[in-house]
Structures are given as C-alpha cells and as structure tokens.
Design a protein around this ligand. Sequence first.
Ligand code: ACO
Ligand code: AKG
Length: 386
Amino acid sequence: MLHAQPLTPQTLALCDTTLRDGEQTAGVAFSLSEKRAIAHALDCAGVAEIEVGIAAMGWNEVAEIRAVVAEIQRAAPVVWCRLRMNDLDMAQKTGVKRVHFAAPTSTAQLEGKLRVDRDWILRETAELVYCATQRGLEVSVGAEDASRTDPDFLIRLAEVAKAAGAIRFRLADTLGLLDPLGAYRLVSHLVSKIELPIEMHAHNDFGMATANTIMAAHAGATHLSVTVNGLGERAGNAALEEVGAALEAGGMHTGIDLTALHPLSDIVARASGRALPVQKPITGALVFAHESGIHVDAILKRADTYEDPRCAPERFGRERQIVIGKHSGAAGLCAALSEAGLPSSTEIAAQLKPLLRAHAIRTKRPANADDLRRMVARLTRASAQE
Ligand SMILES: CC(=O)SCCNC(=O)CCNC(=O)[C@H](O)C(C)(C)COP(=O)(O)OP(=O)(O)OC[C@H]1O[C@@H](n2cnc3c(N)ncnc32)[C@H](O)[C@@H]1OP(=O)(O)O
Ligand SMILES: O=C(O)CCC(=O)C(=O)O
C-alpha cells in the first residue's frame, strides 16, 4: 500500500516554461516586450530557472532570446532543443549557458514521429550531450512522453545522458495521462534507479498537473516544471502559482515570493490574451471572496474559521472580499449596510433578504452599495405606505 510521505523541508526548484511550453498554447504568441516583461516578473518572483525559448525557430527567436535573457538577474535561463545538432548550434548563438535536449522515448513517438529506434535516441543523446558539454554548456535531458515509455528505457537513457555529462533528467507526462498515484509510483521508482536529479514536467489533460507535480516532489523529484496560469499545450501545464503556493503551504521552500504571483499572473493573462477564470486558485479575482451567511458570520468573528493562514489573502498580497448575494445572512448584510452608510440592523437585514435574493437571480451578480441603497429606499417607501 502506498503512502505519500510528508515532504521534509527542503528547497525545490521551480523551472518555469511559460516562454516555451506556455507560448505553445494554441493561439498564443508573445511580443518581445511581453516576453521581456514576463521574464523580468518571473525573475523577481524567484523561480530557479526560466526556459526562454527554442532557438531553432530561427534568427529572430535567437535575437529575442538574447534580449529576454538580458532581463534576468537571478534565475538560470535555459534554451530548449530537439535532438539535433542544428538546434544546439542555434542555442549556442543565444549566449545562454544551459541547454535542454528533449528525447522522445515512447514507442508512439519513436515509430510514429521520428521513425527511429531506441538505439538512435541513445546515440543522439550521448553525442549531443557530450558535444554541448565540450562546448562549455550545462545540459539537461528530457524524456518526452515518459509516462507512456518502458521505465527500463528511461533508466537506460538517463544513464547514457549522465555518462555524457548531463546534469538532470526531466520526465515529461507529455499527454497528461498520469494520475497522482501513478506519478508518485513512477518517480519513486526512477529516483531509486537514476543518479541524476529528476525534474517533473506535467500536463493537465485530466486536470491533474498540479497534483501530479506535487506527488512527484513527494516521490523525490527536485525540480518542477511549471507555467504561469497553467498555460501550455492543449489543457496546459502545472500552474506555477498553484504548485508554488501548495508547496510553501506544506512547509517546503521554493524561493518564490508569494506576493509576486498575482501581478505575474496578470502580466501573463494580458500577454497571452487568456483571461484568468475568476475561480483560478491563488490568482483568480474571486478566490478570496465570501458570500455565504454562515461563512461570513464566522469570518467576521475570526478569520481562520474559513481562511487558513496558509491560504489567506494577505499571504499572496491580496485582500478578502465580502460579497453580498443570494446566500448572504444578517451578519454580512449588516456589515455591508454600515459600510454603505445605511441604517443597519438585523430587522432591516431580514427584510432585505427576499429583495436581495430576487436581485441576485435576476442580475446574476452581487449587490453593490447602490443596489443596497435602492433596496433600503424601497423598504422605506413600502413601510411609509402601510
Ligand atoms: C512536447 C513538446 O512540447 S515538443 C516542443 C514543441 N514545440 C514546437 O514545436 C514549437 C516550435 N516549433 C517550430 O517552430 C518548428 O516546429 C521547428 C522550427 C522546431 C521545426 O520546424 P520544421 O523544420 O518546419 O519542422 P516541423 O515542425 O514540420 O516538424 C518537426 C520536425 O522535428 C522533428 N522532431 C520533433 N521532435 C524532435 C526531437 N525531440 N528530436 C529530433 N527531432 C525532432 C520531427 O520529426 C520533424 O522532423 P522532419 O521534418 O524531419 O519530419
Ligand atoms: O522538454 C522536454 O523534455 C519535453 C517536452 C515537453 O514539453 C513535453 O513533453 O511536454
């Protein structure tokens, strides 16, 4: 029977790939100024690494990577490559000292995409990693589609990569097929067999990228691949803000400034043209909003009744909102009436409730101070006519 152990406090490196896998989101393309702003904000937020792009896309991309890297003071920039000498040559033109080679490993990828066998992958990986290290670069290797690959081949590839000089081995759940138990089992097994540090790169096709990434950390992965707002191919990748916040809540160190996540998320939402769902954990507009009467009553008495300090708004530089709507009770209503400068009592609150519920159903939005003013005026007129 498998039990995930609580993580012992240690530092986990968050490796952001918003500018690479994030920009691979169908329909997303960043301008140079947007890339620079994202890189700067990621660096300030404290990520360990920033995958800055794919140099093999051409000379313009090489020039842009150079300009983006100039924004980065603390994080290590990384250029992504296929198993191709030309990709390495182009990566070198960026001046970046860290390159990552993605090695497809599953039968579907080998036969269907590259039309090569496993020996080809091992040979190319060895040659390219060795060549890159001889050129003074630091190299990581990724197993693309690792979750559909025979684990023994992953171990063999990691051995070859290590022997050729690689510093890390990335496991990509390229199609987002793992579940948390599967992620834990796979990473635990590989951690016990592979001598390189392991990085988890999870996709979100079944909505489990964050959970899988956390379970990979529990199983011994030291590096976690993430994107801001969970951008990325198809359903996206593990979200930086979710992974960072969850690890920190669990007592892990990520080096992330939690108060930087909301502004960072906003920059990426604008640049990607992908508005953030209001309920997106940590950064969504309404994730620190409370409406239900029982919750609001309790929170006004003591905040930790429904806001644990590990996930309280101030931890992320954000503010709590009390929303007045269909489920409001007397305590929340009285507070809102006082704040709006209106007469406030439990009797008034009781009279307001039916009006408020009708308003919420009709307008599909919370009531603001003007709405409350109108409702109180209506009650006053009605009682004057009695
Ligand atoms: C899982 C992932 O996220 S992988 C990263 C995916 N990211 C991207 O594709 C974004 C950027 N890509 C591009 O701009 C282009 O695809 C380029 C510049 C890389 C290549 O463009 P093109 O030369 O026009 O090739 P095209 O995109 O049609 O096909 C990809 C080629 O790369 C090959 N390839 C794919 N992955 C790998 C790999 N890891 N190692 C070696 N070759 C690879 C394919 O087999 C194909 O080669 P072929 O043309 O000889 O059949
Ligand atoms: O970088 C890698 O190693 C894998 C590429 C990737 O983004 C993926 O497989 O999802």
